[in-house]
Design a protein around this ligand. Structure first.
Ligand SMILES: Nc1ncnc2c1ncn2[C@@H]1O[C@H](COP(=O)(O)OP(=O)(O)O)[C@@H](O)[C@H]1O
Ligand SMILES: [Mg+2]
Ligand SMILES: [Zn+2]
Length: 464
């Protein structure tokens, strides 16, 4: 027995409230509450609480469990982000902005699996058969034996998947179109999304197939976003990068079967998403000419070292409150670096407009980028060029000290591999590594960095 009650559910974070509100207290979204019917279970008799249960068998920690076999799509970047292939019996969410390439990549992955003899099913709720076929044709994949259906009703999807034996992988594109008649709310609402996804994930666990759920990241609150099902799936992958760039980064943000923060790098082309096997070359800038305001950060993304160009532009501000814009980096971290430069090295950048940009649409999360950001800012402020071939990394403490970061050797090796010949890094990190593939310039404090940058001046001045 279930009694229906009305609740208001925020479509961007899924939090429920008995009353409608203009703004969600939980996530801050405006106009995101939609009325939904929540099914409230009613216990058999009043006051009895939960029904009597059955005891589970308790077992020890040691067992003969084999590592789960993996489904390799053959697209190396995708397989790596998934933690070394997808796991049978798991649910995977692939989120991203509309148009970023989710359907394209998944169709490519399915086609590759189908060609290797796997039974793979693509369920599209957004596009008609003809549209999907056109895409397949455009990508040169129409000969692959991918099984296709256009369906939005969750029960019909489950029936379709069950027929003819469970597939190796099923793609549901997208969860926002899932819909079940037993739920009273409209398609696209949190309850519809949760109920449909839950049924599909249960199917995956029971039948041992892998279900990939596609979710659009939504800007307005009226359609529920992929966040609301993140906790239900085993693996969450998000596409990053804006549509203005042809580069796409797929990042694992949750993975029960592998490391998180692993990234896969793709390039959007006529033939679909192409793997980028040497992403450092990409994010470092293809024709990196030294200009004031650019610095190369030797970063780590998951297990992979990556060289990334950081660009800063410092220019006198006509405004009372100068502009601060950071693309691909945290604005509060930028404020901290500026404050440390001022307090510990007497460098006042504050009254200027400051623009910071990470090349290629990548989002950098590592504090290790502090030193490269500071160098780019100093370089733009003073017009001094940071010499070609210099990799920079290190975390800046509030005291102004430069702290060592993990994976020093991997970062240095990547820099050397890509033809760089110098690295600026924390003095402590330099003492800890024996790696001497390139010149190293140890810096102990932010003042050391300021001094080093000033010493690079070769008379090249910023043209204002
Ligand atoms: N018919 C087409 N011709 C050329 N490019 C297309 C076509 N359809 C889609 N694309 C390109 O592929 C990109 C990715 O599309 P898609 O995989 O459908 O994204 P998503 O599924 O994430 O919404 C689009 O932004 C567009 O640039
Ligand atoms: Mg799509
Ligand atoms: Zn919310």
């Amino acid at each position: 027995m279930a009694k229906s009650t009305t609740t208001y559910v925020c479509q961007s974070c899924g939090s429920a409230s008995p009353k409608w509100a203009g703004r969600c207290d939980n996530c801050g979204s405006w106009n995101s509450f939609v009325e939904e019917q929540a099914a409230v279970p009613v216990s058999g008799a009043k006051g009895q609480g939960l029904p009597k249960g059955k005891a589970s068998r308790l077992v020890g920690l040691r067992g003969e469990e084999a590592a789960p076999p993996r489904i390799m799509t053959g697209i190396a970047e995708l397989d790596r982000v998934a933690g070394g292939g997808f796991v049978p019996g798991s649910g995977v969410l692939i989120g991203g902005d509309p148009g970023i390439g989710k359907s394209t990549l998944l169709l490519q992955a399915l086609a590759s699996l189908a060609r290797k003899g796997n039974r793979v099913v693509y369920i599209s709720g957004e596009e008609a058969v003809a549209q999907v076929r056109l895409r397949a044709q455009r990508l040169g994949l129409d000969d692959a034996p991918v099984l296709l259906a256009c369906e939005t009703n969750a029960s019909d999807i489950l029936a379709t998947l069950a027929e003819g034996g469970p597939p190796t992988i099923a793609v549901i594109d997208s969860i926002q179109t899932l819909w079940s008649p037993v739920i009273e709310s409209a398609p696209g609402t949190v309850s519809q999304l949760k109920a449909g996804s839950e049924a599909l994930i249960r199917f995956a666990k029971q039948k041992g197939c892998c279900v990939l759920l596609v979710g659009h990241v939504t800007k307005e609150g009226q359609i529920a976003g992929p966040k609301v099902i993140e906790h239900m799936v085993d693996t969450v992958l998000y596409f990053e990068g804006d549509r203005g760039h042809q580069y796409r980064i797929l990042r694992a943000v949750k993975n029960r079967f592998g490391p998180t923060d692993e990234i896969g790098v793709f390039e959007m082309s006529d033939g679909g998403l192409r793997e980028v096997s040497n992403p450092s070359r990409l994010f470092m800038g293809l024709e990196h000419r030294p200009t004031p305001g650019t610095a190369i950060f030797a970063g780590m993304e998951g297990t992979r070292p990556l060289l990334i160009e950081v660009q800063a532009l410092v220019s006198p501000s006509p405004l009372g409150t100068p502009r601060r814009t950071a693309v691909g980096w945290d604005t509060s971290r930028l404020a901290m670096v500026l404050a440390v430069l001022e307090a510990r090295a007497g460098i006042v950048i504050g009254p200027n407009d400051i623009y910071l940009n990470v090349a290629g649409g990548l989002k950098v999360r590592e504090p290790a980028a502090d030193l490269a950001v500071a160098a780019a800012l100093l370089s733009s402020l003073t017009g001094t060029v940071i010499p070609h071939g210099t990799a920079i990394f290190g975390e800046i403490a509030l005291s102004g000290n430069i702290r060592p970061v993990g994976q020093t050797e991997a970062r240095l090796k990547e820099a050397q591999k890509l033809g760089l010949n110098r690295a600026v890094l924390a003095a402590q990190a330099e003492q800890m590594t024996d790696y001497r593939g390139l010149d190293v310039k140890p810096v102990e404090t932010i003042a050391d960095l300021v001094a080093w940058t000033a010493a690079q001046d070769r008379g090249l001045r910023r043209i204002v």
